[in-house]
Design a protein around this ligand. Structure first.
Ligand SMILES: NC(=O)c1ccc[n+]([C@@H]2O[C@H](COP(=O)([O-])OP(=O)(O)OC[C@H]3O[C@@H](n4cnc5c(N)ncnc54)[C@H](O)[C@@H]3O)[C@@H](O)[C@H]2O)c1
Length: 339
């Protein structure tokens, strides 16, 4: 049984807590959040996607107001960091120094340099450091990875990713310096998936719009790859926060012999179009707890086995931020940036 401690019990902390409750081989024994100092504080039960946060019992958990108290708890062997992005580095390095394995919400850190420091520290300490790039565990998206790798429909001719949702209302998201705007915070899901499918691009050409956080809150990138002609793009952005929280998460990928269209929440969610055939719904297995449950299950398997995940590594977490930073340089300079 792997004993887990979660730092940061907001929207994602609650989502991960619920995800661990589905596992037999791990249990959350402690949570740390500075808001426990205020007895009137509410616990986050929100999220972009339906089904993200379920009901979990908090009563039996050890509650710390200071993350360092959780890190000093000898019974916690694995730490899950769901605190705001700018705190990931500090908490992860402290966990690694304490000999604990760490799952860190995406982005792995606020900057690629900080992420590199964390990856190197985990490697030197021999502990698992896994960035929580949940799309690598999301149904439909794992199907896409498989058919791109096995070439079932021929080579990819184009791939377009879109992710547009209401700006979360907690103050962190309006702090461009610490959060990085939708460009880092939201669009990194698609930048990471582009890396997962095709590797590091040769070049990125990006456009962006600043929002009231002072950071880029709407972003669009075209990626170019050595030896591959595919037209690959990703758009990400926040709309103004609203009660009904629109959330669009979509890909359209054209292959030589098929087109795949995924639209989160649609029925069917993933549709395949092939010449001379009726549109075909791709049958996706139910995924209780969404990609988050599969992601924390993978983290626990890695902690048990004492090895890095084959699906997502600390290095992948570093590369995703390097790509995001290259895109930002392209937005700022108005030039294509070569990686
Ligand atoms: N994978 C995803 O789909 C996804 C979605 C949303 C957010 N995220 C990421 O998850 C992280 C958290 O985002 P969120 O939306 O849950 O934010 P949130 O504000 O809802 O939760 C953050 C929590 O951390 C706590 N906290 C702040 N400072 C702390 C400190 N010093 N010590 C202990 N606790 C502290 C806050 O009180 C809060 O409860 C961010 O890095 C964000 O980018 C990932």
């Amino acid at each position: 049984m792997i004993n887990v401690g979660i730092i940061g019990l907001g929207s994602m902390g609650m989502t991960h807590l619920e995800a661990y409750s589905r596992l037999d081989c791990a249990r959350v024994i402690a949570v740390a959040d500075r808001k426990f100092a205020d007895p009137r504080a509410s616990l986050g039960r929100v999220g972009n996607v339906a089904g993200q946060v379920g009901e979990v019992a908090l009563g039996a958990l050890r509650k710390y107001t200071d993350a360092n108290e959780l890190l000093a708890d000898p019974e916690v062997v694995a730490v899950d960091i769901c605190a705001p992005t700018h705190l990931h580095r500090e908490f992860a390095l402290a966990a690694i120094r304490a000999g604990k394995s760490v799952l860190v919400e995406k982005p792995l850190a606020r900057t690629a340099a900080a992420a590199r420091e964390m990856a190197d520290a985990a490697c030197a300490a021999g502990v698992v450091l896994m960035p929580a790039h949940c799309m690598r565990f999301w149904r439909g998206w794992d199907w896409l990875k498989e058919v791109v790798v096995n070439g079932r429909f021929g080579v990819v001719e184009s791939a377009a990713f879109t992710r547009i949702g209401a700006k979360p209302t907690v103050p962190f998201y309006n702090d461009g310096v610490n959060c990085g705007g939708a460009h880092l915070d939201l669009h990194i899901h698609d930048a990471d998936f582009v890396l997962h499918l095709f590797g590091m691009p040769l070049a990125a050409t990006s456009f962006g719009r600043l929002g009231e956080s002072g950071a880029v809150e709407h972003t669009f990138t075209r990626y170019q790859f050595a030896g591959m002609d595919a037209f690959v793009t990703a758009e990400g952005g926040w709309t103004r926060a609203s009660e009904n929280r629109p959330f669009v998460m979509r890909f359209v990928v054209t292959f030589e012999r098929a087109t795949a269209v995924y639209h989160f929440g649609a029925d069917p969610e993933l549709q395949l179009y092939r010449p001379g055939r009726e549109p075909e719904a791709v049958v996706l297995a139910p995924q209780p707890g969404l990609g988050y449950a599969s992601e924390v299950a993978e983290f626990v398997r890695c902690v048990e086995a004492g090895r890095a995940s084959e699906r997502v590594t600390a290095e992948d977490g570093v590369c995703a931020i390097q790509l995001i930073e290259a895109e930002l340089r392209s937005i700022e300079s108005g030039q294509t940036v070569y990686l």
